[in-house]
Design a protein around this ligand. Structure first.
Ligand code: HEM
Length: 465
């Protein structure tokens, strides 16, 4: 078996290898070899075994990605299980449900700002690309989480579309760079000044990272007490890491922490913008769904300035919950080609013994589109989550993955998804109408680093009435 097959479908055909793997599973069964070193398993029962918690087994992801992205200082691309655990432990309390509840007012503030900006567009009659608006929202929230006040993309006239393009295009380049690592070696040799001339968009990222780095240095120098950091709901994650002192000194270097900031931004903004755009497209394209949702939101969001419901109240609204879940189900956001492996335990899969340290991929796309569990899997059907439904749906609904390497930011993501969807579909919200947009503009086609729509999509565009 050769890796060229994967290279052809992932690089030349832009992220289509997952569909070849899908065909392999149909032809050969639930376990297949997909390149000389890796396996793919398509079996929901195995998902929990592979993604177990850290007390059951050590986990590891191969280091190729961190070499290409140059972010080995981050938790996600940590070089070993132990380093990953240490880094993750240092941030888990910050992302706990309890702490995210404390910072909810900041999320609401940013959501209200977006609501206000959309209202203003009623007069200017601008066409808004929702991905840009949501990416600006998610980046401003992550920015506040990382370094208190680094960005105000929501204030930009068009939500600073270049910022979204930078990340979307970047995500499309990662698989080619992974298959052809020489490209990234050559690119790294180009001096920064020349690179910025060739690719001026990179300047915004450099400025952003400079602001983050200054904040980290400031937090380290100030070294506030744990009590004062905790007392302030606007304290950044880095103040928290510095004051907790659970990490060894080397792990608290400015360089290492700035890698963490870059991956938090990467992991927390594009994912959120994609799943919000998916949810909003389907609600806007289906007047019946939109009416039902607005009717459910009418009473709880009747006077948002007197009482903006909290995430805990919003997630109890069944139709809203169903819509948010369907949007997440159809986005199947996952680092596509990142396999997981267990360095010291072998797996038994029916008659097959999988040697330890074998990289194994399990796609969330397969979990979320299983025809037997989710009939009409590519349709947005909130009703499937209402009333008494098949409990296997909950087991196979894994938008944030599972186990010790699941999404550490899932509480933040849920809060952002519920708050923004509720706010912008309440009856008094600015009325959005789709503008020259169809399902092909949002549906996942290219399974790049993360799943994206066709590259010439003009996105989910709306006018405001
Ligand atoms: C709708 C929004 C989001 C979705 C669907 C999502 C999904 C995921 C998934 C599936 C993973 C596991 C990676 C894999 O196995 O491929 C992951 C990891 C991760 N996510 Fe998210 N994510 C979202 C939002 C966020 C946010 C808001 C943050 C934080 C600001 C975040 C930070 C991370 C980090 C740091 C990891 C790596 C965790 C580790 O290595 O231990 N994510 N995410």
């Amino acid at each position: 078996m050769t890796g060229l097959y994967e290279l052809w479908y992932d690089v030349v055909k832009q992220g289509q290898y997952v569909h070849v793997i899908e065909q392999m599973h149909i032809q050969y069964g639930p376990i297949v070899r997909i390149n000389p070193n890796e396996l793919s398993v398509r079996d929901a029962q195995f998902f929990d075994k592979l993604h177990s918690d850290s007390t059951k087994k050590r986990t590891h992801i191969p280091s190729l990605f961190s070499r290409i992205l140059g972010l080995s200082g981050s938790m996600v691309f940590a070089p070993s299980h132990e380093i990953h655990r240490g880094r993750r432990k240092a941030v888990e309390p910050f992302f706990s449900r309890h702490n995210i509840e404390r910072i909810e007012p900041m999320i609401v503030e940013q959501a209200l700002l977006l609501d206000k900006r959309l209202n203003e567009m009623k007069i200017s009659k601008r066409v808004v690309r929702l991905e840009h608006a949501f990416f600006a929202f998610a980046s401003d929230v992550v920015g506040r989480v990382c370094c208190e006040i680094p960005s105000n993309f929501l204030q930009d006239k068009d939500f600073f579309p270049q910022w979204y393009s930078l990340f979307e295009r970047g995500a499309r380049q990662i698989l080619p760079a992974m298959h052809l690592p020489l490209i990234s070696v050559i690119l790294k040799l180009i001096p920064q000044t020349v690179a910025l001339k060739l690719y001026p968009l990179g300047a915004t990222f450099t400025m952003y990272m400079t602001a983050v780095t200054s904040h980290i240095i400031h937090a380290k120098n100030q070294d506030l007490s744990a009590a004062s950091v905790l007392a302030n709901p606007r304290s950044s994650i880095f103040r928290y890491i510095v004051c907790e002192k659970t990490l060894p000194k080397a792990e608290q270097s400015v360089d290492r922490l700035s890698h963490e900031a870059a991956t938090l931004l990467g992991a927390g903004a594009l994912t959120l913008a994609r799943s919000l755009s998916m949810t909003f497209y389907h609600i806007l394209a289906n007047p019946t769904i939109r009416e039902k949702l607005a009717a459910e939101l009418a009473q709880p969001l009747a006077d948002i300035h007197a009482h903006m419901p909290r995430r805990s109240e919003l997630e109890r609204l069944p139709y809203l919950r169903a819509c948010v879940r369907e949007g997440l189900r159809l986005s199947y956001l996952q680092l596509q080609a990142v396999p997981h492996c267990s360095p010291d335990v072998e797996f038994q899969y029916h008659q097959y013994t999988i040697p330890k340290a074998t990289p194994i991929r399990m796609s969330i796309y397969f979990m979320h589109t299983d025809l037997e569990i989710f009939p009409a899997p590519f349709e947005f059907l909130p009703e499937r989550w209402l009333g008494k439904y098949n409990p296997q749906m909950d087991r196979q609904f894994v938008p944030f993955s599972k186990g010790s390497r699941n999404c550490v930011g899932f509480n933040l993501a849920w809060a952002e998804l519920y708050i923004l969807t509720a706010l912008l579909f309440r009856p008094e919200a600015p009325t959005m109408q789709l503008f020259n947009t169809d399902a092909s503009d949002i549906r996942v086609r290219d399974h790049c680093f993360i799943p994206l729509p066709k590259s010439d999509s003009r996105g989910v565009r709306v006018t405001i009435e």
